[in-house]
Design a protein around this ligand. Structure first.
Ligand code: HEC
Length: 218
């Protein structure tokens, strides 16, 4: 009986040794009972392959092939919607820049739909820190993060749209970059919304349409 236990223990050790080795790089497949078609014959980029005469697995694109870019201007009726995120060649849209200067207008057509999208995204991604009103008093400030910027005051009204876009995309100071989480279109939507938010907080009588000014209580 002793030998059975000893044998079992050794077998277990062997299985763990075989299946559980970590941290070592190996070209061999892991031991898998059901492989679920995880492993299929293919070539890695830049790898060699025996099929073509030149021994390369990758092929040169046919002569005359042009890279295919474009911009995701969904809001501008009629403009083409090509592979938007392939080349990201549009500096204005993808970086908020024209040459070396920040763009000073939202490249998307700002309509109610865009603002509502911006409001929703703002609530998810920015309000926890900057607060629903953009005054920098989000819930996180009750948990220790201080120095969150207010972003709807007069100072930030002067901040160009493009720079705003850059802060969201790449972060600034203690604010992390949100580029990886927020789609390009949504970043512009958020900016449009923050502008509307700022305007609502600094509005004068001339911002109210004349037809309904009478309804305002003094
Ligand atoms: C985790 C908290 C946090 C989140 C989430 C956050 N921010 Fe910030 N943000 C900060 C802090 C902190 C600063 C001040 C950074 C500094 O100067 O060190 C800042 C700064 C800024 C600034 C620059 C202000 C200036 O004066 O230069 C802008 C613009 C801004 N945030 C916009 C946004 C927008 C838009 C979102 C949502 C997409 C967002 N932030 C999400 C914490 C946050």
């Amino acid at each position: 009986m002793r030998w059975v236990f000893l044998g079992l223990a050794m077998l277990t050790a062997l299985i763990i040794r075989e299946m559980g080795t970590r941290g070592t790089v190996s070209d061999r497949r892991p031991l898998m009972v059901f492989s679920d078609m995880d492993f299929q014959p293919r070539y890695n980029p830049q790898a060699a392959g025996p099929f073509f005469a030149d021994g390369r697995a990758m092929r040169t694109p046919p002569a005359g092939t042009v890279p295919f870019g474009g911009t995701d201007y969904e809001c501008d009726a009629g403009s083409p919607r090509q592979n938007p995120d392939l080349l990201r060649e549009d500096d204005v849209y993808y970086r908020g820049k024209k040459g070396t200067a920040w763009v000073t207008a939202n490249p998307l057509r700002v309509d109610m739909k865009l603002l509502q999208r911006g409001q929703e995204r703002y609530g998810i991604f920015c309000a926890p820190c900057h607060g629903a009103t953009g005054k920098g008093n989000g819930v996180i400030t009750q948990y220790g993060l201080t120095g969150v910027a207010g972003i709807t005051d007069a100072l930030h009204a002067l901040m160009p749209e493009g720079q705003f876009f850059d802060v969201i995309s790449n972060g600034k100071g203690r604010m992390m970059p949100y580029g990886p989480q927020i789609k390009v279109r949504d970043r512009w939507a958020i900016i449009a919304y923050v502008r509307a938010l700022a305007r609502s907080q600094n509005a004068g009588i001339t911002d109210v349409p004349e037809s309904i000014r009478g309804e305002l209580k003094p």
